[in-house]
Design a protein around this ligand. Structure first.
Ligand SMILES: *[C@@H]1O[C@H](CO)[C@@H](O)[C@H](O)[C@H]1NC(C)=O
Ligand SMILES: *[C@@H]1O[C@H](CO)[C@@H](O)[C@H](O)[C@H]1NC(C)=O
Ligand SMILES: *[C@@H]1O[C@H](CO)[C@@H](O)[C@H](O)[C@H]1NC(C)=O
Ligand SMILES: *[C@@H]1O[C@H](CO)[C@@H](O)[C@H](O)[C@H]1NC(C)=O
Ligand SMILES: *[C@@H]1O[C@H](CO)[C@@H](O)[C@H](O)[C@H]1NC(C)=O
Length: 421
């Protein structure tokens, strides 16, 4: 059975696991924090946060390229705009080792620069843009969010889109992003649009999205500048909330961008994926919010948003994301009226973050080849998609003959630059 419902797990395993992981996350996060500032655009992928060091490398490349071009005197107007935007991002990282008071003061001062929090005549169009797009006849409504500059939307992310449309050629994908809602963003998506796939971008209006939800008060307070934003860039947290609110308002499927879709999500309804389970009891031990499939107005989404507003802590990694959904589902237990499924790890998280790098390596010998074949066979069964744990894999090259190489080859649409991405 691919859609098996697990009963809630004991927190025990989960706590042991999280204790073991924490020092590593913390170190990576700290390293990441030194570099980040992607606050100018909207959304953040909860598991990509620690990865900003990699973005920095990418950006450095881009910058060098641009400098070369601009020294030739022909940097385009658009590139100059992008450049300025990237610089703006950099000023929005919260100060390290500041006190809560200092951070609040910092936040108030910077508030005018947090474009993400603002409503203006572009964001006012958000709802009508979404409605109009979804009126075009969608087999499924997908959402992704993109918070980094458009220039950081790379080959990997594009493969995600390709695999999505390969499995769901008649679906609609709405990208919630300020940075991608631009000429540059549209140029990136053009190859898909040109082939008739329904992909669109809209700058979200958070005040609208959170209105009449449990997040409304939280958002107002955050915007008033009286709340501690925490040390982790606010946009990242907002991503955890935006995905809940957007599904609550419109219903559909939310996906992180570090994913490859393997088969249609047909038949999946009101579901959340477990990323780990107890091998003995088969109970889940941790859920993840990288994939969420929910009907509009679903009570579990309401519960998630309530928990977010109630327990928001801008200083604890994961607290408002994956840990949050695990916490809530654990607490709900067997209460009636929620009507949702927990999918076993094989559905969306078939390989855990510790082992994921093996998928990128070409087989070294016969037994390795065998392993690759077995893995591909296994994934062709019950797996809807593979979460790639971006922060572990972003820098890995996809080697020819690797599991990833084969998956992308099989699930791409345009299929360019597979091994150089
Ligand atoms: C886990 O699984 C066992 C055996 O299936 C079950 O009795 C138990 O209620 C489940 N939940 C927890 C929280 O252990
Ligand atoms: C940019 O400059 C290079 C070198 O001077 C030149 O070859 C190229 O045609 C220019 N491109 C544009 C779009 O003007
Ligand atoms: C947005 O509002 C400003 C100020 O009212 C106006 O000047 C501008 O033209 C408007 N832009 C759009 C796209 O409507
Ligand atoms: C945002 O969310 C992360 C992950 O859930 C959390 O740990 C962090 O402290 C939050 N920070 C801010 C500023 O929102
Ligand atoms: C095959 O290669 C893998 C990975 O390099 C290695 O761990 C394993 O020991 C090798 N097996 C044999 C039989 O050589």
């Amino acid at each position: 059975m691919m859609v098996r419902k697990f009963i809630k797990a004991k927190m025990f395993d989960y706590q042991v696991l999280s204790r073991a992981k924490f020092p590593l996350f913390f170190t990576i996060t700290l390293a990441g924090m030194i570099f980040i500032i992607y606050t100018d655009s909207i959304i953040y992928d909860s598991f990509e946060f620690s990865n900003n060091e990699n973005f920095k490398v990418l950006e450095a490349h881009e910058r060098t390229e641009r400098q070369l071009r601009s020294s030739n005197g022909n940097m385009s107007m658009q590139e100059e705009i992008d450049e300025v935007e990237d610089e703006n991002w950099k000023s929005l990282v919260p100060p390290l080792s500041a006190t809560e008071e200092q951070r609040i003061a910092w936040f108030r001062e910077k508030m005018p620069k947090f474009e993400i929090l603002k409503s203006n005549n572009l964001t006012w169009l958000f709802h009508s843009r979404v409605k109009e797009f979804f009126n075009s006849g969608c087999e499924t409504q997908f959402f992704i969010t993109w918070i980094s500059p458009a220039g950081s939307f790379g080959r990997r992310e594009f493969f995600m889109l390709e695999s999505l449309f390969k499995a769901h050629p008649s679906a609609c994908l709405m990208i919630l992003s300020r940075s991608m809602d631009s000429g540059r963003g549209h140029r990136i998506l053009k190859p898909l649009a040109d082939r008739g796939f329904k992909v669109n971008v809209a700058t979200p209006d958070l005040a609208f999205l959170f209105k009449n939800t449990p997040a409304e008060g939280w958002f107002k307070e955050m915007k008033s500048g009286n709340k501690d934003p925490g040390e982790i860039p606010l946009a990242q947290n907002l991503s955890n909330l935006i995905r809940l609110a957007v599904l609550y308002k419109y219903g559909g499927v939310y996906l992180d961008t570090d994913f490859i879709v393997l088969k249609p999500f047909t038949g999946l309804k009101n579901s959340i994926g477990a990323q780990s389970m107890d091998m003995g009891t088969k109970n889940w031990t941790r859920l993840n919010n990288a994939v969420l499939i929910f009907d509009m107005n679903h009570p579990l989404l309401l519960k998630f948003m309530e928990e977010f507003a109630l327990t928001f802590d801008g200083n604890k990694w994961g607290h408002n994301g994956p840990y949050l959904v695990s916490r809530v589902v654990e607490n709900i237990g067997k209460q009636p009226g929620y009507n949702f499924k927990v999918l076993q790890p094989m559905a969306f998280y078939p390989v855990d973050w510790i082992r994921i790098s093996r998928l990128f390596m070409k087989p070294a010998n016969r037994s390795d080849s065998r392993w690759v074949q077995d893995k591909l066979l296994q994934l062709s069964g019950e797996t809807y998609g593979v979460h790639l744990w971006n922060k572990q894999t972003r820098n890995l090259r996809i080697e020819e003959g690797s599991v990833m190489g084969s998956l992308i080859l099989e699930h791409c649409l345009i299929c360019q630059h597979i091994y150089s991405s």
